[in-house]
Write a protein that binds this ligand. Structure first.
Ligand code: GDP
Ligand code: MG
Length: 437
């Protein structure tokens, strides 16, 4: 896979420091091939490589990563960003919410209408499926079967009326029956076709759907780009649903359709069963496209040991007894990432849990502590002994706190420091006895 190739590219590169141009270039050749192999559109690959290059060259290599891993980390982050960063939800502000499913024939519209109705029903919606594919009699029957097996009502009027009339009637029916969610299953064609587009435009203008969701078969690869582009131009889609991600496709189409339309991928379908649908996670898709799940785990581990480095640094500070409020603040600021200070100190040998209880801080208190330290002068942060009552008043008003809060912080800090002293003393004694290391 790509991961191995990248590791090989960097085999001889054990050096740290900054990523240079030639490191990045050789890595990018592999990334480019992997993306093309995964069926990502060529133009999108080109833009992507350019962007990663710009970001990667000159970047610091994390201590615990190899240059290859560092590049993979950047590639993965950029890919996730391109794929849409966060999960996208459906806009339920309208009642009833009307979702219009569009796409080529065989993309999975009918199946996905059912799947979507089902998971939204589980979230408390009362859905109505609407059969607007009047060209294939089997299509109406198909939706009815799907609805029946999921216990979701299906609105159909046979194949004699126009899809626009059926959709309008369905809307009335939904309002009468308290269906707060309408999912319209429309017809498709094997290829983009003007008649189909006109029909879909008519449905759109007559029922004004809350969202038009384009269902895309992820096995279609390059073709998906063209399809997504045309549907988006003609209808102005609101989101994408990718189907058949259970096949051996790498999912390059996902990246392409997202990039050409700029519209979010909302759901992913991963099988024929009516439960085979999930909310779309850009980060997972990025890993899948690059086929680098293992490498990401590796990078996560490296990140952990990067945090361990910080703990070691803190340990050194403790030993030399020059832990000051500046370090205390630094620790507080890392708290969200690394867990509470007590946890960090708890990682050190010789720390006992009861003593740690006294220095525990919660989120709100954290903000207060941060504000207080930030209102101190550098001199005060280095040496708390200079903080007299006048200075305390100034710090309290500067940080929007009370003098008691400042006192509390100073007490917490001195307790921490005292503990550190005890720990250092203890360790020295043990060292003398030759018991440590
Ligand atoms: P439509 O023409 O767009 O309405 O597509 P259908 O809903 O009829 O689906 C076409 C075929 O694709 C059916 O055989 C479905 O069972 C199948 N299908 C749909 N979604 C998926 C999926 O996520 N995975 C797999 N393996 N098959 C799917
Ligand atoms: Mg269908």
């Amino acid at each position: 896979g790509l991961a191995e190739k990248l590791q090989n590219t960097f085999k001889n590169l054990r050096g740290k420091g900054k990523l240079n141009e030639s490191d990045v270039k050789s890595a990018m050749r592999e990334v480019k091939l992997a993306l093309l192999e995964a069926d990502v559109n060529f133009k999108i690959v080109k833009d992507f490589i350019k962007k990663v290059n710009e970001r990667a060259i000159g970047q610091e290599v994390l201590n615990s990563l190899t240059p290859g891993q560092q590049v993979i980390k950047i590639v993965n982050e950029e890919l996730t960003e391109l794929m849409g960063q966060t999960q996208s939800k459906i806009d339920f502000s309208a009642n009833p919410t009307i979702l219009m499913m569009v796409g080529l024939q065989g993309a999975g519209k009918t199946t996905t209408s059912g799947k979507l109705g089902n998971i939204l029903k589980k979230k408390g919606k009362n859905p109505l499926l609407v059969a607007c594919d009047v060209y294939r009699p089997a299509a109406i029957k198909q939706l009815e079967v799907v609805g029946k097996s999921l216990d979701i009502p299906v609105f159909s009027m046979g194949d004699k009326l126009s899809p626009v009339d059926i959709a309008k009637a369905a809307l009335k029916h939904a309002v009468k029956n308290n269906n707060d969610l309408i999912i319209i299953d429309t017809a498709g064609r094997l290829h983009i076709d003007d008649n189909l587009m006109v029909e879909l435009e008519d449905i759109k203008s007559s029922v004004k759907p809350s969202e038009i969701l384009l269902v895309v078969d992820s096995m279609t690869g390059q073709d998906a780009v063209n399809v997504a582009e045309v549907f988006n131009e003609r209808l102005g889609i609101d989101g994408l649903i990718l189907t058949k991600l259970d096949g051996d496709t790498r999912g390059g189409a996902a990246l392409s359709v997202r990039a050409v339309t700029g519209k979010p991928i909302k759901f992913a379908c991963v099988g024929e069963k009516l439960t085979d649908i999930e909310e779309f996670h850009p980060d997972r898709m990025a890993s899948r496209i690059l086929g680098m799940g293992d490498v990401l785990t590796l990078i996560e581990k490296a990140q952990e040991s990067f945090d361990e480095d910080k703990v070691k640094k803190l340990e050194r500070k403790m030993k030399s007894n020059d832990f000051d409020l500046e370090d205390f603040l630094d620790q507080l600021q890392q708290m969200k990432k690394m867990g509470p200070l007590s946890d960090i100190l708890g990682m050190l040998p010789g720390m006992n849990n009861k003593a740690l209880k006294n220095i525990e801080v919660d989120d709100k208190e954290f903000l207060r502590l941060e504000a207080i330290i930030q209102s101190m002068t550098p001199k005060e942060r280095k040496n708390t002994n200079v903080i007299n009552s006048n200075r305390k008043k100034r710090i309290a008003s500067g940080s929007g706190t009370k003098v008691q809060d400042v006192n509390k912080l100073l007490k917490q800090f001195s307790q921490t420091k005292k503990m550190m002293k005890q720990f250092t003393g203890m360790e020295k004694k043990m060292k003398k006895g030759g018991k440590l290391k």
